[in-house]
Structure formats: structure tokens, C-alpha cells
Design a protein around this ligand. Sequence first.
Ligand code: UDX
Length: 430
Amino acid sequence: MSTNAREPIGVIGTGYVGLVTAAGFAELGSDVYCIDIDEAKIDGLRQGQIPIWEPGLAELVEKHRGRLHFSTDLADALEHARLLFVAVGTPPTYSGDADLSAVHAVVDAMPASDRHALVMKSTVPCGTGEAIKRAFREQGKEGFRYVSCPEFLKEGSAVKDFLEPDRVVIGDDGDWAGDAVAELYSPLDTAVVRTDIKSAEMVKLASNAFLATKISFINEIANVCEETGADVVEVARGMGLDDRIGPKFLQAGIGFGGSCFPKDVSALKQLAGNSGYHFQLLNAVIEVNELQKRRVIGKLEKHLGTLVGKRVALLGLAFKPNTDDMREATSLVLSARLTAAGAQVSAYDPIAEDEARRLMPGLAFADDALGAVRDADAVVLVTEWDEFKALDLSAVRDAMAGQVLIDGRNALDPEAVRGAGLVYEGIGRE
Ligand code: UDX
């Protein structure tokens, strides 16, 4: 990997996307000026404290301490860098639109300049670039350039995704800024899609919506498999070998969560709706996902009858393995539904416990998986952490009061579970 001195950049927002982007460009040789309005966070980062759990990130930040500069003062970035990557939050509003107030705060804070460009990493609706350029013109800052460069980082493998991307998408107006962003990515061996700003914005939304559609599709196939006796794992294996379909994102389960899919699917649906188009497919993707989370309740009732007074253990709480992120996690809906149905819920997650305690104060948290399943009538595997795949199933059986194991991610071997004396039920397979 190139370590020659390269163009310095600014990164505004030191959240998940901002930090990974900053550390990634530092690895490619740039000095990076990271700006955040949160003083405590910046103080922590200066002392080497990484506010999120992401494999490889702390090591990369430590390795490039000399190149990573942390500040709350935007002027530090403006002085040293022409390209200012924007990586601030764009959470959903009640209407399902993206809340762009943090993005606009950044735009408003920019000075008039012929030397700088904003490079949008945050996920924004199609048309945001146009609105920002209009705001620049109204504010007398028409010299400021704008580039859309969406991120495709997956939590848990974000550092790898930055350094080994499937593609880099750069949408620009054909000026120096787009070329400068392309040059920054040039050490990476990857396809670079150069296009206009609106198309780049849409690539991001459409990619996430398509992946979410793929998941809801296989989840519906799983539900039909349950009716017909087919095994969705076998079905996905057979489908995935078709080059046109591909094997990824065909794992049936109890629904997708996270900071991106739910938000981006509803943002795209809303974006279409705002311009008068009714995006029927995405309505179904969202609804299937919500129902999928709730199907677990029916499975438990099938085995336990009423859930009143029953003890149910949840293994895994984060929205997926290798992250402590609880945003839109299936466990949130599941634990709320279980509690409402009168069950007593115990839980264990290898690293998401702190955030989970805050969000689900009524749960009994255990220090390990066996602690969570002790005296349980049923266990639900919610997040497929590796340590659950290696569980001593006989010890689980001995610790439990009942025998039901719902494998919400089809992560366990059904025969091994049954062999240990448990009742197995997966998603779309017996
Ligand atoms: C996603 C996109 O993959 C990434 O490109 C984008 O930048 C941000 O959103 P992330 O949210 O980190 O990344 O998670 P991802 O690994 O894509 O999984 C999302 C959800 O889908 C998880 O809840 C996961 O459990 C679920 N999922 C994924 C399935 O249920 N089945 C699958 O086959 C794949």
C-alpha cells in the first residue's frame, strides 16, 4: 500500500463513517484533519480513545496517530485541506425522510472559497447535492465545489471494506474536485464509477434498497418453505449458484436491522413518494421485515402455549455479529413483544450489553450464554455471534428448564441441536 505523502483532507464528523474514512485515507498516505462539534469525543480521540467498536479501527488510528489530527475547529481543516469529506448523521424523521439538519449546519459553516470542495459521504436523498449547491449560491459561496462519494461500509468489516472496496462511486460536476477525489482513491485496486451527482446519490440508496429487498425476498421464501417442508438453506444454496443471483444476502432470518437498511429503504420510499411515485416494492420489503421479527412469537407460542410467566432467553442483541450497534436491532422488537406477552426475558450479548441495558432496562442480563439460558423455557438465537455457534449444546440443555431452541439466524446444525436433546426450530427449515 502506498505510503507516499498524498493530498491532505478534512473529515467532518467523527462517527462511524468519518473515523473509518479518516483512518483509511491516513493508511493511503494522507494527513487527515478530523473535525467534530463534540468536544469530549475529540478529547478522547486525541488520547487514542475510539468511541465505537469496529475490528481493526483502533489499530489503524494508533498506527497513523501522526497523520490524524483531531479538532473542534473547522478552520484547522480549511487551512490544511481543499477536500472536506462530510460524514455527519442523517437519521430518519417521523415522515421517513432523512433529517439533513447536520448536513446543512456544515454547509452553512463553510466560508466563501474558490479552493475548497465538500465531498458527501453521509447518505442523503437524491437531489441533496443540487440543494446544497443552491444554498452555496444563495450564500455567495458559488466557488465551493461539491462531490458525492457515497460510502458502502459494512459494520464489522468497515476497515476492510474501505481498503478493498467493490467499487468507488464519484459523482461530480466535471471540475477539479471530482478528479482530486479519484486521485485520493487511486492506490486502491478497484473499479471507479465516475458519474453525475444525482446518479451517485441514487447508486447508494438503490444498492441498500436492493440488498434489503434480497433479504426480505429470501425471508418470504423461508416462510413458504415452512408451509411446504422445503429447507430455505438448501434453496438459497441452489439459487445462489446462479451467477445472476449470487449467494450473498440470501440468509433467511428474523429480519434486517442496523443504521442503514431500515433508514435508507424508508428514505428511498419517501423520496419516491415526495416526487409522486408510489414505490410498491419497498412498502412490501419494510412490511415483510417487520412481520419477520414478530414471527418468532408465533413459533414460541406453538411450543410453549401462552407466554405468560414463561422464561425466554435471547442470545445476541446487536443487529448483527461483530458490532455493538443496537440501532433497529431485531432484539428490540422481540424483547418488547415478549414482555408485552407476559414472558420474562433474559439476555446475553458479547459486547452490546451496555447499550442494550440502556434501551431495554426490563431485561435480566447475564454474563455469558449459559447464564442467560439458565432455567429458560425457550432460547432464541437472535444474533449469530461465532461463540454461539460453538456452544456446548448439552450444557445448554442441562441449564434450561425447557427444551425449545429457536435458531433465528439458521446458524446452528439442527441435527446437533436435536442430538443434545433440544427441540430445534429454524427459519424456513425444520
Ligand atoms: C449495510 C450495507 O451492507 C452497507 O453497504 C451500507 O454502507 C450500510 O448498510 P450494515 O448495516 O453494516 O451495512 O450491515 P449488513 O452486513 O449489510 O447487514 C444488515 C442487516 O441485514 C443485518 O441485520 C443482517 O443480520 C441482515 N442480513 C444480512 C440478513 O438478514 N440476511 C443476509 O443474508 C444478510
